[in-house]
Design a protein around this ligand. Structure first.
Ligand code: 5GP
Ligand code: MN
Length: 334
């Protein structure tokens, strides 16, 4: 493809490169950014990773994560990095509103922009777009990107760990969003020595006592079922945030427990954070929570995993969710 050779030309001499990913970076956002950084550094480039906000501490083990620049902590520095960059990679997000004020800087920048992402409907801001909604993860696409650059041999165990982390986290350890390709990539990474058992242990067996008790609280006291719509809603109030001293990352994964219940098809996790009400939605099969999030909650995402946010009251968001739900899920007799 000409696109591959154009990018190859672009990257044939050392450049100042910035890699951006989305706010509240998850395993895929971090893994893909750090893997790409290490790869590009091997090619002689000067590469800075910028995260809009801090990363969850469980990802400390990813090589190079401590070198990343956090916009919330060093705004001016991050903006100047973008300003002087010659190439900008945007990973694991599809719209400039996902990177806050940096979005404007990216829009203004004359740097070549390359988007690598697997979300629906990418905004047309990049010069080159690697967007595949059927991909399991951005990490899978970064592997493909490196392969398309004919540099597969540069993928070492550290890059491999980063890439497999994103594949594991975005597929829930190969339980959803899989395709033949992500198994192939995982197989290749295992072949070069990436230890998937250890990665799974580092990623999943890391709850603190507080997080485990918070999970118990959510399921015992904050779960509302709507059986006729095969839906469960978990809510957290501002008081819960205070009582449990909930911090960044403490609520990660809670939404998924709802779908473990027999017969459940939709899960909503709605939480009243200190400044904003944040929502996470999950669904099974053809039910699109991405449409639900986009149409009613200023959000978006994937068909079966989406989210949104609003400056509103918790009760109002819950009511809105209950009101809109019937448009997306068929009622069953219970
Ligand atoms: P989570 O529920 O894990 O925070 O997010 C699941 C998915 O929903 C993310 O991968 C992202 O694609 C999408 N998402 C979450 N929050 C938002 C949001 O506020 N806006 C948009 N556009 N997408 C979101
Ligand atoms: Mn992703």
């Amino acid at each position: 493809m000409t696109e591959h050779s154009e990018i190859k030309d672009l990257l044939s001499i050392p450049k100042d490169i910035v890699i951006l990913t989305h706010r509240n970076p998850d395993g895929d956002a971090l893994g893909s950014s750090l893997a790409l950084q290490q790869y590009l550094e091997k090619k002689g480039h000067v590469v800075n990773v910028i995260l809009p906000s801090e990363y969850p501490s469980i990802f400390h083990f990813l090589k190079g994560v401590e070198r990343s620049n956090v916009y919330d902590l060093k705004q001016e520095h991050c903006l100047s990095l973008i300003e002087k960059s010659q190439v900008i990679f945007c990973l694991d997000f599809n719209g400039l509103d996902r990177i806050d004020k940096m979005g404007l800087k990216v829009e203004e920048s004359k740097a070549k922009k390359i988007l690598i992402d697997h979300h629906l409907d990418p905004e047309p801001f990049a010069d080159y777009v690697y967007s595949e909604t059927s991909a399991s993860s951005t990490c899978e696409l970064v592997y493909q990107f490196i392969e398309d650059q004919e540099d597969e041999n540069l993928i070492d165990i550290h890059i491999g760990e980063c890439l497999l982390t994103g594949i594991i986290t975005d597929t829930g350890s190969f339980k959803y969003s899989t395709n033949p390709r992500c198994y192939e990539v995982a197989s290749k990474l295992k072949k070069i020595g990436v230890d998937d058992y250890q990665l799974n242990d580092k990623i999943y067996n890391t709850l603190t006592e507080k997080q485990l008790r918070l999970l118990g609280h959510c399921l015992a006291n904050r779960l509302e079922l709507i059986p006729e719509y095969q839906t469960g809603i978990v809510t957290l109030t501002r008081d819960d945030y205070h009582n449990f001293q909930i911090g960044r990352g403490d609520t990660e994964g809670i939404v998924n427990y709802v779908l473990m219940m027999n017969g459940m098809k939709v899960a909503a996790f709605i939480r009243e954070q200190p400044t904003i009400v944040k929502m996470s939605f999950r669904s099974k099969g053809d039910i699109s929570v991405a449409d639900l999030a986009r149409n009613h909650f200023n959000g978006g995402g994937h068909k079966n995993a989406a989210g949104g946010a609003a400056y509103a009251k918790l009760e109002d968001i819950v009511s809105r969710f209950k009101k809109e739900l019937p448009k997306y899920v068929q009622k069953i007799s219970t």
